[in-house]
Write a protein that binds this ligand. Structure first.
Ligand code: HDE
Length: 705
């Protein structure tokens, strides 16, 4: 049975005692205890008398090598770290389940898709790609969206990203693209940034990355929360049914609460204010019972469609627009439990693209083919033993039986005489041509060559498609992001080379970035192998704003309040937030709290300095007329307001807050997003407005970047 999570502040730390009790090998459980308190032991189970002082010769003398407790403790500590992932090092995971909506038996024999309503356990790890394990959450980067579904026919790993295309078309280029984005090897900086020469040098020399670059320079790369982003399997896969017929499939995860991103100016500030912004968000949502949810959509198509489609469906730098081939919801993913231990699950989980159950198969996408080699290989390096499947997070939840044995840290050891087959003892498992995995028997032939198919040659048309599908604010953000990133490139020729590519994608975009960078002469558009298609219809499904939420549900309101704050209004606002299934935090000059207008003491969640408005989706200013005179002199209070306004957020305020609006320099610019409360009655209507999240009409005047 799943263990219930306890609240963070009353969770009992795991002790050696718990481990002995739960993982004992069946012998008599004999707890050494002093009264109710279990006695600390060594890893060998020996009781410890003193854990504060090492054993030494004389009061001030040297430590003795005989101190086995000290040596064991330090030895284990010295070996606590395992290598971080070579990419996607920083991640955060959660448990949950996948629920099938309808039988897909016509397309696939995969057991997980047979019975409507059936739930299958799942584990998800979200990640950034370039930064190391200790980097910050809001780097401009792709997000990993890796899902492990523990089906009755073995683990299915859908190791995806929040962007449906990739930088390169062939896995052989993966070390190059990753080397280029990681810190430069002579100086080991910058950390978790693509804004440097090596990255843009590689990209500007790699036209196939142009489509991906448009996504990475868009707000997709700075999501507001893991909960509000899409996930994509990227490659074309195959479904294979019981008759061994194949249908191509692309997988999409769509968040129930809609898409949302932050602005770059916010991202930079969030990284300082709360480097764990995304993991804290997921933790809080799950601990408070607001379980994040995504629908799994599929795009299904046959060889005929593939042959007629404008681009090669094996090319991972291309999408099939939803307007061309609609997606169909086939199930949902719900995350409802945090791991009890981060290392055990999130750090040790081993995703592998090659983990597919019967009924799901690969296409010949050269990136996917290469990945199928890499993921097994990397687990041995990272987890140190071929027995990584013995770790509970990686072990299948269905029965399994095979003759693999021994190796480092073997936890599941076969019993009995038989460890091979065929055997004469009539024991042990045998393969099954009917129940087992049958690779789809696609027809393959051709000379052995190192070649890139000509059908992969159009690198600009879909980059353009992405750009023209964005709303005006989103297009501005792409131009600003490109300008910012290239402004950090110190070698002018790299900047020019990039602008030359942009001119091929969209002339206005190229010129805008070129001018913003201060190029003295505009380069010629880069030479393209095939002309960029101007005739593709925009795909509104590619815009975050078009796919935004309808309500404020799942978002967070920051309420800046002081002594004397209007108690009735505060009550009404917090009640409306709760009704909307959103969250709020009260920010006050002192974290202990304040006395509201009715004399009641209200505890704050954040001290003003620790709760800048960038951490919230909308804010309310609720000072009293007396307290506001102090507040206007405080820089963080002025920043709170000025930033909320500059980031196009909704701001609710009371008349007493007007001096603060004035000192923050926005009193003369109030608009439909700055809403004054005259009484507590306005709270519900205010909350309704917040569903729009941002006042985009304000953006040109505040020049949000
Ligand atoms: Fe990965 N990738 N990747 N990748 N990838 C890894 O495996 C690799 C690619 C993705 O949370 C590594 O266990 C190659 C595309 C995610 O644990 C490694 C290529 C997509 C995660 C690896 C790609 C991804 C990884 C490093 C080019 C989106 C994190 C640690 C052919 C569809 C999984 C590990 C987690 C991790 C190799 C490209 C997604 C080295 C060779 C495209 C979400 O095996």
């Amino acid at each position: 049975m799943a263990k219930k999570n306890s609240a963070p502040n009353n969770s009992k730390p795991a002790t050696v005692h718990d481990q002995k009790a739960t993982r004992g090998n069946g012998g008599e459980l004999h707890q050494i205890a002093e009264g109710d308190t279990p006695v600390l032991t060594t890893a060998q189970g020996g009781p410890v008398a003193d854990d504060q002082n090492s054993l030494r010769a004389g009061e001030r003398g040297p430590t003795l090598i005989e101190d086995f407790h000290f040596r064991e403790k330090i030895f284990h500590f010295d070996h606590e770290r395992i290598p971080e992932r070579v990419v996607h090092a920083r991640g955060y995971g959660a448990h949950g389940f996948f629920e099938t909506y309808e039988s897909l038996a016509a397309y696939t024999r995969a057991d997980v898709f047979q019975r409507p309503g059936e739930r299958t356990p799942a584990f998800v790890r979200f990640s950034t790609v370039a930064g190391s394990k200790g980097s910050f959450d809001l780097a401009r980067d792709v997000r990993g969206f890796a899902v492990k579904i523990y089906t009755k026919e073995g683990n299915w790993d859908l190791v995806g990203n929040n962007i449906p295309v990739f930088f390169i078309q062939d896995a052989i280029k993966f070390p190059d693209v990753i080397h280029s984005v990681k810190p430069e090897p002579d100086r080991e900086f910058p950390q978790a940034q693509s804004a440097h020469d090596n990255f843009w040098d590689f990209i500007s020399l790699t036209p196939e990355s142009m489509h991906m670059i448009m996504w990475v320079m868009s707000d997709r790369a700075i999501p507001r929360s893991f909960r509000f982003m899409e996930g994509f399997g990227v490659h074309s896969f195959r479904f294979v049914n019981a008759k061994d017929e194949s249908t191509f499939v692309k997988f999409h995860w769509k968040p129930k609460l809609g898409l949302q991103s932050v602005a770059w100016n916010e991202a930079v500030k969030i990284n300082g204010a709360d480097p764990d912004f995304h993991r804290r968000d997921l933790w809080q949502a799950i601990q408070s019972g607001n379980f994040p949810e995504w629908d799994l959509h599929v795009q299904l198509f046959d060889q005929d469609f593939a042959d007629k489609f404008d681009f090669d469906i094996l090319d991972p730098t291309k999408i099939i627009p939803e307007e061309v081939l609609p997606t169909k919801p086939v199930g949902r993913l719900v995350l409802d439990r945090m791991p009890d231990n981060f290392f055990a699950d999130t750090e040790q989980v081993a995703f592998m693209t090659q983990n597919v159950p019967p009924g799901i198969d690969f296409s010949d996408d050269p990136l996917l083919q290469g990945r199928n080699f890499s993921y097994l290989d990397t687990q041995l390096k990272r987890l140190g033993s071929p027995n990584f499947t013995h770790l509970p997070i990686n072990a299948p939840k269905c029965p399994f039986q095979h003759f693999q044995q021994d190796g480092h840290m073997a936890m599941r050891n076969p019993v009995g005489r038989v460890n091979y087959q065929p055997n004469s003892w009539g024991e042990g498992p045998r393969e099954s041509p009917t129940k087992g995995f049958r690779h789809f028997a696609s027809q393959e032939q051709g000379p052995k060559v190192r070649i890139r198919a000509e059908s992969f040659a159009d690198h600009y048309s879909q980059a353009r498609l992405f750009f023209i599908s964005q709303t005006p604010p989103e297009q501005r953000h792409i131009a600003d992001a490109l300008t910012f990133e290239l402004s950090k490139v110190q070698t002018p020729v790299i900047r020019e080379r990039m602008v030359a590519h942009l001119l091929n994608i969209d002339e206005t975009l190229g010129k805008k970035v070129g001018h913003a960078l201060g190029l003295q002469t505009m380069p010629k558009p880069a030479e393209a192998a095939v002309p960029t298609r101007q005739d593709l219809d925009p795909s509104p499904a590619l815009s975050i704003i078009e796919r935004g939420p309808k309500r404020f549900e799942g978002r967070k309101l920051g309420i800046l309040a002081t002594d004397g704050a209007d108690a009735a209004l505060l009550d009404a606002i917090t009640a409306a937030v709760t009704q909307e299934k959103a969250a709020f935090e009260i920010i006050a000059p002192k974290v202990g709290g304040f006395t509201a207008s009715d004399g009641k003491w209200i505890e704050a969640h954040q001290m003003l300095d620790g709760g800048p408005s960038v951490l919230y989706d909308a804010v309310v200013l609720l000072p009293s007329a007396e307290a506001v005179t102090d507040l206007i002199d405080v820089a963080t209070a002025r920043d709170f307001v000025a930033d909320a306004f500059a980031h196009c957020k909704y701001i609710g305020y009371v008349a007493a807050a007007v001096p603060l609006l004035e000192r923050a320099g926005i009193a003369d610019s109030l608009d439909e997003g700055t809403i004054e409360f005259t009484d507590a009655g306005g709270a519900a209507a205010f909350l309704k407005e917040l569903g729009k999240l941002r006042v985009w009409a304000r953006e040109p005047s505040v020049k949000l970047r």
